[in-house]
Write a protein that binds this ligand. Structure first.
Ligand code: C2E
Ligand code: CA
Ligand code: CA
Length: 397
């Protein structure tokens, strides 16, 4: 079997050699170089399968090396290593991913054989060589064409799931978030991540949202005609220029006798919000009509603070990536805590999504986070199941 090749770039020869020896003990062919010039020369000559890149180097730092690497080839597996702490390593990892590199993982210093071994087993074809016939062939995700989507919208193939949001302190039901699924005739139930971006790109998101809003508000008005619960709808940032959505939503609320104050529109912070005046106009008009606005996936954007102060939001939703890791990661805890404080000081409701256990729910409550959503409370459910869930809960409460 052909041996896999691993190349180490570290300005400290001793460290580079340690990694080289560790890799060799794991059955790889390994070399190390101590400067970027040597690194790029070996890249061209020796064509390694895996590279280990140190971040702090005198001539050209690891981030710059990755940037250049992405310019010449992006398929090599990259492991980042540094003694600079997890936040620096994580930032470097995101930077590498942003440049389209295949980042296998990060290796904090001081190095351990186990740490390197754990990363290398993540890439079995490197440790064992590429299998001729992969046992589980990668599942081909068929591309969604514009025609597919146009037909699906015409045939009403989209179904809604509803996930409850509760008050952390009292666990009373606050409302539901509507989450769309595509009930595809041959591919089964598809998650939104597999078709929402396509709908956005093909200019079909407004037509799709219209259907989603109608279905969701119809269900909501039937399940919760005159109560306090609220319905959260996801609003694509691509729709920010479609002012007719305001009237459509207002009309739907009128048609189904739902006060607009009971509807929360969730917006993620994306580049589409780059047009500050347009988004400010649209959001202000939503607020004037009574709708609430929530900033979704908070903490993952680039200018969250700025957006939040500038735009008329009434709720912050802490991104689930922080919440899911919450109990285990000190950094996530710090982020959650500062978002809760920020929300409180701006007078906004704070909701955490991705709550998967009781500990997290209690922890959020101890920080003063008002609302929680996640698998621990309930998974997204079809409309009928969701309304039954709410009724049964009200009885036992
Ligand atoms: P999102 O708005 O952040 O929605 C929350 C996602 O987290 C949902 O994924 C939900 O199923 C998932 N989730 C809820 N609780 C937990 C938990 O405890 N743990 C974990 N790991 N995950 C949890 P889903 O339904 O796959 O939706 C993915 C994204 O697709 C949504 O993220 C939203 O951005 C988008 N989306 C969903 N429905 C719509 C829609 O009707 N319109 C638009 N424009 N986008 C939608
Ligand atoms: Ca959402
Ligand atoms: Ca979210």
């Amino acid at each position: 079997m052909m041996q896999r090749r691993l190349l180490v770039l570290d300005d400290d020869d001793a460290v580079g050699n340690t990694i080289r020896l560790l890799a060799m003990s794991l059955g790889l062919d390994a070399r190390c170089v101590s400067n970027p010039k040597g690194f790029f020369a070996e890249m061209a000559r020796w064509e390694p399968h895996v590279v280990v890149i140190d971040l702090a180097m005198p001539e050209m730092d690891g981030v710059e090396v990755m940037r250049r690497l992405s310019g010449i080839q992006s398929w090599v597996k990259v492991i980042i290593t540094s003694g600079m702490g997890s936040s620096v390593l994580d930032a470097a990892r995101r930077s590498g991913l942003g440049h389209g590199l295949d980042i296998v993982g990060v290796l904090p210093k001081p190095l351990t054989k186990q740490g390197l071994c754990d990363l290398l087993v993540e890439i079995p074809e490197v440790v064992r060589g590429p299998s001729v016939e992969p046992k589980s062939a990668p599942i081909e995700t068929p591309r969604t064409s514009k025609d597919d989507l146009v037909n699906a919208i015409a045939n009403h193939e989209f179904v809604m799931m509803y996930q409850p949001k509760i008050a952390c302190r009292t666990t009373t039901l606050d409302g539901f978030e509507a989450l769309v699924r595509w009930n595809h005739p041959s591919r089964g139930i598809l998650a939104p991540d597999t078709f929402i971006p396509a709908a956005e790109n093909f200019g079909l998101i407004d037509a799709l949202s219209q259907q989603i809003f109608r279905q969701s508000i119809a269900w909501f008005s039937q399940a919760f005609p005159d109560s306090q619960e609220r319905l959260s709808l996801n609003f694509s940032a691509k729709s920010i220029k479609d002012f007719s959505l305001i009237d459509q939503l207002s009309n739907l609320c009128r048609e189904f006798s739902i006060a607009s104050e009971r509807i929360i529109l969730e917006l993620t912070e994306t580049s589409a919000m780059d047009d500050p005046l347009l988004s400010l106009d649209l959001m202000t008009r939503f607020r004037v009509k009574g709708f609430h606005l929530s900033i979704d996936d908070f903490g993952t954007g680039y200018s969250s603070m700025v957006q939040l102060v500038r735009l008329p939001f009434s709720e912050i939703k802490i991104d689930r990536s922080f919440v899911v890791k919450g109990a285990r990661s000190q950094e996530s805890n710090t982020i959650i805590k500062s978002i809760v404080d920020l929300g409180q000081s701006l007078g906004l409701a704070v909701a955490a999504e991705g709550v998967e256990d009781l500990d997290t729910l209690q922890y959020l409550d101890s920080l003063g986070c008002g609302l929680a959503q996640g698998y621990f409370i309930a998974k997204p459910m079809p409309g009928e199941v969701a309304s039954r869930w709410a009724k049964e809960r009200a009885v036992t409460a």
